[in-house]
Design a protein around this ligand. Structure first.
Ligand SMILES: O=C(O)[C@H](O)[C@@H](O)[C@@H](O)[C@H](O)CO
Ligand SMILES: [Mg+2]
Length: 382
């Protein structure tokens, strides 16, 4: 079998799907994308084509190593997202050729169902109580929200109180009948992280995500020393070579590689098993589309340390397109009592509605995240 064609489709709300065709008619789908940089990743995918056209799609490991090493420069959000989507599509082809879901090719199920969580609250966390109540009816009992609005590198007690009050209200309303993670989203700089973690400790959030920016990872062990709140990070780290330093330095209890940013299934499997050696749990990042989620679930169902899976249904980013819009086998993505079952179909387990994708790609928006500014006019971390 030989790879004959790669086609990318940028689609609402902010995703990109990749179709890889072969000379025997088997097609694989991937989701190579960096939110807000879809066109850049699209070009990176096109620049990878010479390594792929005419090659045997079964040789995923060699194709992965070639894409990673042959261009001399390596790593980073754009190149690793391009490789990620291509890798997903190659695993999709392999599973379809062998008639098995990818998890069967990786040693079979390590669990019967996977715990999912849902975002609440939006960019500037609001209406959280109501949104939790609504999602509880849909079976969710685990949530994530932004921990703060814009926050200066050094900010006021009033801002800290605002963040704490929001969490206190959640615990007042729901007690321990629900769990929730707080995403600091890179908005909290090191000078504020300790204060916020100390003040939030009493409410026992399930985790605090990106307690400081990934480029400040050396703070993770120091912050972990002063809090019992599990610290999580990983969506802005792109290969096992980045994660290895964080594992060795310590401080993280949860790693969150993104299956569409960190080299795909081939790379994230390696990250997951490295994490397990350090007793670190896995909670793949996935505010993206259905192919990305399907790839996450394939890794979740073979990784012992996988504990939570993000999914984007209802997320505040999904304006103009929703996760299941592009899926034919919607029923396989049903979340039952907050869990997802293994995807039964061969490959990644998602039947892409190609006609819908092609139609939607005709007017794909160039999504960008907002550029926030502090009161003094300086740019704020979003
Ligand atoms: O945890 C999450 O889902 C992420 O922090 C998410 O909010 C961002 O990755 C966003 O998608 C960037 O455009
Ligand atoms: Mg996050």
């Amino acid at each position: 079998m030989k790879i004959t064609k790669l086609t990318t489709y940028r689609v609402p709300p902010r995703w990109m799907l990749l179709k890889i065709e072969t000379d025997e008619g088997v097609v694989g789908w991937g989701e190579p994308v960096i939110e807000g940089r879809a066109r850049t990743v699209e070009t990176a995918v096109q620049e990878m084509e010479p390594y792929l056209i005419g090659q045997d799609p079964a040789r995923i490991n060699d194709l992965w190593q070639t894409m990673y090493r042959a261009g001399f420069y390596r790593g980073g959000a754009i190149l690793m997202s391009a490789i990620a989507g291509i890798d997903q599509a190659l695993w999709d082809i392999k599973g379809k050729v062998l008639g098995k879901p990818v998890y069967e090719l990786l040693g079979g199920l390590v669990r019967d169902r996977m715990k999912m969580y849902s975002w609440v609250g939006g960019d500037r966390p609001s209406d959280i109580i109501e949104q939790i109540r609504t999602l509880q009816k849909g079976g969710f009992n685990t949530f994530k929200m932004n921990g703060t609005e814009e926050l200066g590198m050094l900010d006021t007690s009033a801002k800290v109180d605002e963040a704490v009050r929001r969490v206190a209200e959640i615990r007042d309303a729901f007690g321990t009948t629900i769990e929730f993670g707080l995403d600091f989203h890179g908005r909290v700089a090191a000078p504020m992280a300790k204060t916020l973690l100390r003040e939030l400790e009493q409410f026992r959030p399930l985790f605090v995500e990106e307690p400081v920016l990934a480029e400040q990872a050396e703070y993770y062990p120091r912050l972990a020393e002063m809090t019992s709140i599990p610290l999580a990070a990983g969506e802005r780290m792109y290969s096992r070579f980045e994660f290895k330093n964080v594992f060795a330095a310590g401080g993280l209890s949860i790693v969150q590689p993104d299956l569409s940013h960190a080299g795909g299934i081939t790379e994230c499997l390696k990250i997951a098993s490295m994490a397990e050696a350090y007793d670190i749990t896995l909670a793949p990042h996935c505010p993206l589309g259905p192919v990305a989620l399907a790839a996450c679930l394939q890794v979740d169902f073979v990784s012992y340390n996988a504990v939570l899976q993000e999914q984007s249904m209802g997320i505040h980013y999904n304006k103009g397109g929703e996760l299941l819009d592009y899926v034919i086998n919607k029923e396989d993505f049903k979340i039952i009592d907050g869990y997802c079952n293994p995807l039964p179909k061969p490959g990644l387990g998602v039947e892409v509605d190609e006609a819908r994708v092609i139609e939607a790609s005709k007017n794909a928006p160039d999504w960008r995240n907002p550029v926030w500014r502090h009161d003094d006019g300086s740019v704020a971390e979003w």
